[in-house]
Design a protein around this ligand. Sequence first.
Ligand code: HEM
Length: 398
Amino acid sequence: MKTIDQIPSFDFDPYDERELADPYPRYAELRAAGPVVRLTKYNVVAMARHAEVHAALRDWETYSSAAGVGLDDLRKGERWRPSSLLLEVDPPIHDKTRAVMNVVLSMPALRRMQGDFEAMAEKLADELVERREFDGMADLAIPFILKVFPDAVGLPEEGRENLLPWGDMIFNSFGPRNQRFQDATRTAETVRAWIFEHSQRKSLSANGLGAAVFAAVDKGRLEEEEGEVLVRSMLTAGLDTTVTGLGASVLAFSRFPDQWDILREQPNLARQAFDEIVRWASPVQTFFRTTTKPVIVEEVTIPEDTKVLLFLASANSDDRVYPEPEKLDIFRRNLDHVGFGNGIHKCVGQMVAKLEAEVVFNALLKRVKRFELLEEPSMYLNNTVRAFERIPVRVIPA
Ligand code: HEM
């Protein structure tokens, strides 16, 4: 048996600019070093192999989310925002809120929005194919998501420019209080005020996903304030992730044109293709857990109350499970990928993300024969989300 002082340790900073810009070589190094490693800079334990990350995500009793899924221990020190009632709680609280959100974000509930999603996708696809050259982020992923998702939630048009900065801020806050976090929180007060105001019933339309949360309040399943926190979870988790996922799709199909050809022949594989893109790109690269008791992992004893950094993106590129992980393969057996997490916290919004991707793919499948990357994409660095700044492409029409 080994203590955590006896396992391979690394002193690099995973939140350093160079690491975030190109983390995959480091992930391979961490996986090769062992099932559990130590990151001395932040005094945390980390897991980078699929088997351990997957197992930890499925064992909430040992690996708790209640101390937060970032580096900070939310139970200690000063708080700058209330905890999420989904992401940052364990059962039994989680059972109650998750049951409500499972219904609010279920496929039957989303079907009502599908027509609006499709109309926006068709309009954008028409414009972009007409132009031939465009940026997969600024011209496709961002305008699409910033239209359909806030519409679906029931937000007014005005003020939507606060949504991406809010997500950027929160996803940065799961890392250290570094310069990136400070920069992202520069506009914190205005952004925060808008988000908090628009998580309230009075700011939301009567028939959106937000109103569906408050319908659960009216049925006595939640308190009014809990409803507001849940609406805020959607506004936090539902934009930066999907914007990155859609951008990554444009990049993926430019890099793997054979996979686009397969999809053109079998458009019914669109959701499956997006799932593989989420494995391949892993928009959410990391999340933490905190041990509730001493736990033995492959002969290493991790003490109680230890922050454990789970490298989701590394697990998704572990060639023990995914041969040639850097390749996009729509037919890959990838059911256990952790791009949407796993276990009780597995992404409750994944049906929304898949529907958004499906309608965009369908609109483009009819019109685009090939995507060609005009230059390497530039990254937008965030402490948790591996996001893009620009993905310039040219399309060859079908
Ligand atoms: C491609 C897009 C998306 C990706 C890659 C993604 C990724 C993830 C991951 C990795 C988790 C697990 C967190 C954990 O285990 O601690 C998660 C949870 C969550 N996601 Fe997503 N997500 C996406 C889209 C969405 C959307 C569209 C929404 C809102 C409609 C959403 C809302 C949530 C919420 C509320 C949770 C917490 C669930 C819980 O703790 O029970 N996500 N997501």
